[in-house]
Design a binder for this molecule. Structure first.
Ligand SMILES: Cc1ncc(COP(=O)(O)O)c(C=O)c1O
Length: 361
């Protein structure tokens, strides 16, 4: 039997090839490669899609976080609370600004920040909370917002969820090629709910200048590429259908009984299933069976950010964040992309079932 990949982005964009090639050719014909009309149009279309006043295209999702923190004046002496169970870039962006990432534990059932644990870590130095909408599942935004600290939403994995991007002062996105909305390379976006913040991010992405003559801030060179913006405009129109297909695939895993074999993400409004990440104490046995059957699988954040060598000076030890560490030990993902077919999903569930049956013996 043919191997099954974890994600198949090519299957998603193959039907759009003629249009994509035309849009790329248009950019080449125009010879406007930097901050051209496609970046501006994509920023407006993305703002409308997200229901936010303004978006700013930047080079990647990591820069998006750094630029927002910089625009908010967050730096040395400041603390920002974030999860450790996320891609390292979340905490790295805070450290990059010279501020201190303060790690709060997650709720194992959602894999997102636990608002009660966040509340206990707020100090007079806390300048922001950075929740991550992990694997496409919205974090507990209302509860976090009620703590009275500005929220910066790391929405790198959750473009397309109607529930995110409007509660925080700002939200950030990545267009890395496996994301729900992706580019043919790196790309990122800042959505700003505050005019002054948006203005500063716009300046910062281009050396702190609006006209290449006067430089008002010490900034960055972090622009969304014009070619990527042209591609993203095509994909943005496709996104509602892709999100619907992801939701259907997630529901199909439930119908096939995967939830009886391991803990699966629930059917929840707003969840856009960037990845389908499950949990089981028998994780290693299931992983081995999936690999043996040549079915794509992955483990996420096996060394969570609080235990990464670069952040050792922060003083966290194994056991500091028990739920984070438990989920890091127990998680694994199964294949999911927009358009995955039922037969493929059935094969995945069969293999997990056989591994679970061995474990139960
Ligand atoms: C939660 C999270 N934050 C930030 C990033 C960084 O985005 P990028 O890779 O575009 O810099 C990612 C990307 O993988 C991510 O998953």
């Amino acid at each position: 039997m043919a191997p099954i990949p974890l994600v198949d982005v090519k299957a998603q964009y193959a039907p759009l090839m003629p249009e994509l090639l035309e849009r790329v050719r248009d950019v080449m014909d125009s010879a406007e490669f930097i901050l051209g009309p496609n970046v501006g149009a994509f920023e407006r279309e993305a703002a409308e899609f997200l229901g936010v006043p303004e978006t700013i295209g930047v080079a990647n999702g990591t820069d998006a976080l750094v630029l927002v923190l910089d625009a908010m004046g967050i730096g040395p002496g400041d603390e920002v609370i974030c999860p450790a169970f996320t891609f390292y870039a979340t905490a790295e962006s805070i450290a990059r600004r010279g501020a201190t990432p303060v790690f709060a534990d997650i709720d194992a059932s959602t894999m997102n920040l636990d608002p009660a644990d966040v509340a206990e870590r707020i100090t007079s130095r806390t300048k922001a909370i950075m929740p991550v909408h992990l694997f496409g599942r919205p974090a507990a935004l209302q509860e976090l917002a009620s703590l009275g600290v500005p929220l910066i939403e790391d929405a790198a994995q959750a473009f397309g969820s109607p529930d995110i991007g409007r509660v925080g002062v700002s939200s950030t996105f990545s267009f890395y090629p496996t994301k729900n909305l992706f580019a043919f390379g790196d790309g990122g976006l800042v959505a700003a709910n505050d005019e002054e913040l948006g203005h500063r991010v716009r300046l910062l992405r281009f050396h702190g200048s609006r006209d290449k003559v006067d430089f008002e801030l010490v900034g960055y060179n972090s622009r969304l590429d014009e070619l990527q913006a042209a591609v993203l405009r095509v994909f943005l129109r496709q996104l509602p259908q892709w999100t619907q297909q992801r939701r259907e695939a997630a529901a199909r895993y439930s119908e096939l009984g995967l939830g009886e074999l391991c803990e699966c993400p629930p059917d929840e409004p707003g969840h856009v299933y960037h990845l389908f990440v499950c949990r089981s104490p028998e994780r290693d046995r299931i992983l081995a069976a999936l690999k043996e059957a040549e079915i794509g699988t992955a483990v996420y954040y096996s060394t969570p950010s609080h235990l990464q060598p670069a952040l050792r000076h922060l003083g966290y030890e194994p056991g500091s964040l028990p739920e984070t560490e438990r989920v890091a030990r127990e998680n694994f993902s199964v294949p999911l992309w927009a358009g995955i077919d039922a037969a493929t999903q059935e094969r995945v569930v069969e293999v997990v079932r056989s591994a679970a049956a061995v474990a139960a013996r």
